[in-house]
Structures are given as structure tokens and as C-alpha cells.
Write a protein of this length. Structure first.
Length: 220
């Protein structure tokens, strides 16, 4: 659904709500109509539809969706209709509760979202589940992953392009020393990975490669 495009002329929010209501009524749910509307609206438009639908019909759009469809289609529509931060919060909750070391959902959310985006995810998580994301990760994730993920999702890191070259050199040396001694969960490694900006980390990893002859993830 993420590849579908918003049409050049978008119907009014009122029209979209009316069509969705029609899709939910009758003997069978009109799944094609649901896709034609929600699948062709961007996040702001879907948010407006949800708000107008609740005001018009006195029922949350997500509740109507859940009542009328099921299975994988329901899950896809629900996740697509959620705001990006809400979607990340739901996926993070599922990943934490069913945690397995090979599950990359939490790592992806923690590492690929900008600081403002990650802050929004934490807010959405708190609103939806009445707990903090950090709390659930600490409760369900074990070992070195927990040691890394809790500060990662808690951080509000600098997002800009500025880099401290001297710091990159010194921290590359720290990382090399810890990795050489196989101290992969050392507090210094955790501190560097969870507090430095992406630009700063990239500078550190580039210097690591130049100084020690191999990328940081290809240690000998």
C-alpha cells in the first residue's frame, strides 16, 4: 500500500467519510472501496479522515475497520491508517512483548528514526499503552540487547551535520580497543552508539576503517 499514489484531485474529507461508511454497511464489506480511499491518502489526509469520521458518526474509524474486516487485511489497513508514530508504537509493542534476538523491528525504529520522530513514537506509545516504551523494553528484552536498546530509544540525539573530528578519532580508538578485547557490551561502546549523532558516528566509523584497515563490523 505504501507504493500507491495520492490522486491529483482528492475528494473532500466529508465525501471520504461517507464512502467509508458505505463500505462498512450492507451484507459484505467493500474492501476495494476501503483501499481506493485509505490507500490513496497521505498521513495528514488519513488523520483528517479519522477525525471527521469520529465527529460525524460518533465512532473511531479504527473501531469500524476492526468490526468489519479481519485477518491480514485488517492488520494492513489498521497499520496504514495509523499515524507513522502510532504505527511505530504498535510495532514496537508487538516486538517487545514477543522479543527474540533476531527481531529487528525495535532496532530499526531506534536507529532509523530522527530524534523528533522517536520522541513522537514514545509519546504515542505512552498514550496508547499507558506505559513507556523504555519500560516495556526493559521488561521484555534481555541481555546485551536490553543494555543497548533502552538508551537508544530514550535518546534525543543531535540530528545536524556538524562533526567533531577530534572526537571521532578518539572514540574510534576506544571502539577498536573494546572490540579487540571482545568487550562488545562495554559501557563505553554503549555510550558512543547511543549518544552520538548519526553524522558523528559515520565520521567515527570512517576513521576506524582508515586507521585500522577494516570496517568496524569486519573486526578480526
Amino acid at each position: 500500500m505504501a507504493t500507491l499514489k495520492v490522486p491529483a484531485t482528492v475528494p473532500s474529507v466529508v465525501d471520504d467519510c461517507e464512502q467509508l461508511r458505505k463500505a462498512f454497511q450492507g451484507w459484505g464489506t467493500n474492501e476495494a472501496l476501503i483501499i481506493s480511499i485509505l490507500g490513496h491518502r497521505d498521513a495528514a489526509q488519513r488523520r483528517a479522515i479519522r477525525r471527521a469520521y469520529a465527529e460525524t458518526y460518533g465512532e473511531e474509524l479504527l473501531r469500524s475497520i476492526t468490526d468489519e474486516i479481519s485477518g491480514d487485511f485488517e492488520r494492513a489497513v489498521i497499520l496504514w491508517t495509523l499515524d507513522p508514530a502510532e504505527r511505530d508504537a504498535v510495532l514496537a509493542n508487538e516486538a517487545a512483548r514477543k522479543w527474540q534476538p533476531g527481531n529487528r523491528v525495535l532496532v530499526e525504529i531506534a536507529c532509523t528514526r530522527g530524534s523528533a520522530q522517536l520522541f513522537a513514537v514514545r509519546q504515542a506509545y505512552h498514550e496508547r499503552f499507558k506505559r513507556s516504551l523504555e519500560e516495556d523494553i526493559a521488561a521484555h528484552v534481555k541481555g546485551d540487547f536490553r543494555k543497548l536498546l533502552v538508551p537508544l530509544v530514550s535518546a534525543y540525539r543531535y540530528d545536524g551535520p556538524e562533526v567533531n573530528t577530534r572526537l571521532a578519532h578518539s572514540e574510534a580508538k576506544i571502539l577498536h580497543e573494546k572490540i579487540h578485547h571482545k568487550a562488545y557490551s562495554d559501557d563505553e561502546i554503549i555510550r558512543i552508539l547511543t549518544t552520538r549523532s548519526k553524522a558523528q558516528l559515520l565520521a567515527t566509523f570512517n576513521y576506524y576503517n582508515d586507521a585500522f584497515g577494516h570496517p568496524i563490523n569486519k573486526y578480526s
